[in-house]
Design a protein around this ligand. Structure first.
Ligand code: ARG
Length: 457
């Protein structure tokens, strides 16, 4: 393909280090689509004859059929998917195949193929994210009233509802959807026709190829077109943040499934046993989501470091852009599917959640707020009075709601029997009616909006 200038062939190790076909064969559909769009444009512009263009297009369809049937042959001598395809095309149709590469370079070709691939990957992730978001909303609706302890510092803080807790993850996923959608819009410009780096003297129509391939427009600078991998970095950064969210949810499931918490029973289908300890049910799927998140972040770092020192325009380092994106995408797909399966089928032990919410003095803030509201006591003083009540309840080993009124009045005479109406966990959550609060009514409102957001697409 470039042998004209060379007296000797490549060393065996050169062949090996140079070849990307073992991984970039994953671009074959995009490569065929890009070539078909290119040759159709060349024909319309009179750069190749209609006859040659037809032979090339039909030949490309045959190559695609072969790939679909037998896989892409990993021919290391041919380097990459572009050369493997072109060489097979030449075997099938002969000399006309050599006209396909007119007004094109592998530099703009690979930039185009990879953008097409990443665009599809983004669409897959968007679908997966929406599936998980739907699962969360469904479970949240079932548990809009289920009380659990809310935590700060992993210490029992104030009661919340399980529905509210699950909807917190909905909000994270909603931001992930927006990040991927935003990245997709930014990606959607076509580099084809930038050629090697400087553009071309042939009278090509870049708008035509861009629109054939579903891009909004051609890219605007030929140097940037062949050396930009922001779209891949955007994918990896969005994937990193999404994986981070999935990892936090996975971490909660792992903690919740532990015996001291006992908040959930993870489904058999997402757990494993131990070969030595017969009682074990290990949350392996959740642990692997947490683990895979680390690998996805590593992929993001890998491509940042590959790109950060490259001068314009194309350098062969950029061939290393694909493995981290492929790896991250495969891992993210697994994580989304596993989390969706777990959210769909996990058993929430709401009785256990409620009893822990009741035993952690989680309504102490409600007592302090009552003192402010009903006895006009400044909050700082109310905080102190409540602290004494908690200390007493702790000594007696009873919840705040079971302290006798006489004892509460010994601490502060302004307390009366109406205080008991705010000391239960149900009263506590029901009172949190501020926008975005945990009151079941607020949670239901947000669930209804979330359903509408998901239905919109
Ligand atoms: N396999 C190469 C890659 O993935 C294609 C571009 C090669 N271009 C070049 N000038 N060597 O980056």
């Amino acid at each position: 393909m470039w042998g004209g200038r060379f007296a000797e062939g490549p060393a065996a190790v050169m062949r090996e280090i140079n070849a990307s076909i073992p991984f970039d064969k994953r671009l074959w559909k995009q490569d065929i689509a890009g070539s078909k769009a290119h040759v159709a444009m060349l024909a319309v512009q009179g750069i190749v004859s209609g006859e040659d263009a037809q032979a090339i297009t039909e030949g490309l369809s045959r190559v695609a059929d072969e790939y679909a049937r037998d896989g892409v042959p990993v021919n290391m001598a041919l380097e990459d998917i572009h050369m493997v395809t072109e060489s097979r095309l030449a075997e099938l149709i002969g000399g006309a195949a050599g006209r396909l590469h007119t007004a094109r370079s592998r530099n703009d070709q690979v930039a185009t193929d990879f953008r097409l691939w990443v665009r599809d990957a983004m669409d897959e992730v968007l679908a997966g994210l929406k599936g998980l978001a739907r699962a969360l909303v469904t479970r949240a609706e079932e548990h809009a009233d289920s009380v659990m302890p809310g935590f700060t510092h992993l210490q029992s803080a104030q009661p919340v509802t399980l529905g509210h807790h699950l909807m917190a993850y909905y909000e994270m996923l909603k931001r992930d959807v927006s990040r991927f959608a935003d990245a997709r819009a930014r990606l959607n410009q076509c580099p084809l026709g930038a050629a090697a780096l400087a553009g071309t003297g042939f009278p090509i129509d870049r708008h035509m190829t861009a629109s054939t391939l579903g891009f909004a427009a051609p890219t605007d600078n030929s140097l940037d077109s062949v050396s930009d991998r922001d779209f891949a970095l955007d994918y990896l950064m969005a994937a990193t943040q999404c994986a981070l969210h999935l990892s936090r949810l996975a971490e909660e499931f792992i903690i919740w499934a532990s015996q001291p918490f006992g908040f959930v029973k993870l489904p058999d289908a997402y757990s494993t046993g131990s070969s030595i300890m017969p009682q074990k049910r290990n949350p392996d799927a959740a642990e692997l989501v947490r683990g895979h998140a680390g690998r996805i972040m590593g992929c993001m770092t890998a491509l940042c470091v590959t790109m950060k020192g490259l001068p314009l325009a194309y350098s062969k380092d950029m061939q290393d852009d694909k493995p981290p994106v492929f790896e991250a995408h495969d891992l993210l797909g697994l994580c989304l599917a596993a989390m969706t399966g777990m959210v769909d089928t996990v058993t929430f032990r709401t009785d256990r959640m409620r009893s822990l919410a009741e035993s952690g003095f989680a309504t102490a803030t409600d007592l302090a707020d009552w003192l402010v509201r009903e006895a006009d006591i400044p909050f700082r003083e109310a905080h102190h009075i409540t602290g004494r009540a908690v200390k007493l309840a702790e000594e007696r080993a009873v919840p705040l709601s079971e302290l006798p009124l006489a004892d509460l009045q010994m601490i502060d005479a302004r307390i009366d029997e109406r205080v008991y109406s705010v000391l239960t966990v149900d009263a506590s959550v029901a009172s949190r009616v501020s926008h975005g609060g945990t009151a079941p009514a607020q949670v239901r409102l947000r669930i209804a909006q979330a359903k509408a957001e998901l239905a919109e697409g």
